[in-house]
Design a protein around this ligand. Structure first.
Ligand code: HEC
Ligand SMILES: [Cu+2]
Length: 311
């Protein structure tokens, strides 16, 4: 039973999230009991007693006011900074993390690894290596949750979200959907298998292999993306070489960093953010591509940047 209250710590986040969590619980409990206790004590101590005259005296002390403003103020900012630093690490996956795609649908998790190996519900990962999971949903709101790693994030239809973690112990851990998503919501989960890197490599070899990047390249040609994004100077669409991770200037003058979510949106709703110097003539592909297709196309576009960076 205790393991549900104190789940196993199996990632680098677990040992950082837990101290903060326990601190907040204990701190809040102390404040709650302290204030609640004083309220009861004062209510009894200064209750109305027949015949006793207790004039209410106004008390004003600058020193007291400052003390109870400044100390909790600093404390509050310290707690905020602690949380913000942790959140910042959680929100930004390190460079070179192993990339895995996850698509949620009622009621299963479809997983695709970098070499094309697929699995459903379960998730195999190597120990001691950062893993970045890019997620989207094919239907309703889901939520990918691995308690032992202390990572959890909404999986949103029409959008990419991501989590990352580095597992510290081999073993098997539960994963859940943590957002009520229909009748079989409670069955929407599986097991995370954390393996030695050699075992993971061996496991990866066991499946059909068209990598997301290769499928993406195929789709890029088959769906005619290449006609506008040929990379030639007079092409109708921008050159996609190196676009991932770069800062794109839009026609509105705004600048955006081209992350996975921006690439996704550029394919599904191209008119929302139009690149400076181009007309909004790219058709929307939102009715023609499955979420997995988009994942593949994004993987391919990302690979164009990796190659350029390597040159
Ligand atoms: C009819 C020509 C055309 C086709 C076909 C087309 N695009 Fe585009 N694409 C454009 C134009 C023009 C822009 C720039 C204007 C904009 O942002 O909408 C663009 C922008 C983009 C961007 C954003 C680029 C940047 O520099 O920020 C991405 C990513 C993209 N397209 C991917 C695709 C993919 C993937 C396909 C195929 C599924 C595709 N495009 C098909 C014309 C096209
Ligand atoms: Cu769900």
């Amino acid at each position: 039973m205790l393991k549900y209250i104190f789940p196993e710590q199996a990632s680098t986040f677990a040992t950082r999230v837990d101290p903060m969590y326990y601190f907040l619980v204990i701190f809040s409990a102390l404040v709650c009991v302290g204030i609640g206790g004083l309220i009861i004590y004062f209510a009894v101590r200064y209750r109305k007693i027949e015949g006793e005259n207790r004039p209410s005296k106004a008390l004003h002390s600058i020193a007291l006011e400052l003390t109870w403003t400044v100390i909790p103020g600093i404390g509050g900012i310290a707690i905020f900074a602690w949380g913000a630093l942790l959140y910042n690490d959680f929100a930004n996956a390190p460079e070179g993390a192993l990339e895995i795609d996850v698509v949620g649908k009622q009621w299963m998790w479809k997983v695709q690894h970098a070499n094309g190996m697929r699995e459903v519900n379960d998730l195999h990962v190597p120990v001691g290596r950062p893993v970045k999971i890019t997620m989207t949903s094919q239907d309703v709101l889901h939520d990918y949750y691995i308690p032992a790693f202390r990572v959890k994030h909404d999986v949103v239809p029409g959008k990419f979200t991501s989590i990352w973690f580095e597992a510290t112990k081999t073993g098997e851990y539960h994963l859940f959907c943590a957002e009520y998503c229909g009748t079989e919501h409670s069955l929407m989960g599986g097991t995370v298998y954390v393996m030695e890197p050699e075992d993971y490599a061996q496991w990866l070899e066991g499946g059909p292999k068209t990598s997301p990047q290769e499928s993406g390249q195929f789709l890029f040609e088959q769906r005619g993306c290449v006609t506008c994004h040929s990379g030639a100077s007079g092409a109708r669409g921008p050159n996609l070489m190196g676009v991932y991770g770069s800062t794109v200037t839009l026609g509105s003058g705004d600048e955006v960093v081209a992350d996975e979510e921006y690439l996704r949106e550029s394919i599904m709703q191209p008119a929302l953010r139009v690149v400076d110097g181009f007309s909004p003539l790219m058709p929307s592909f939102s009715n023609q591509l499955t979420e997995e297709d988009v994942m593949d196309l994004v993987a391919y576009i990302k690979s164009l940047s990796a190659e350029e960076g390597a040159e």
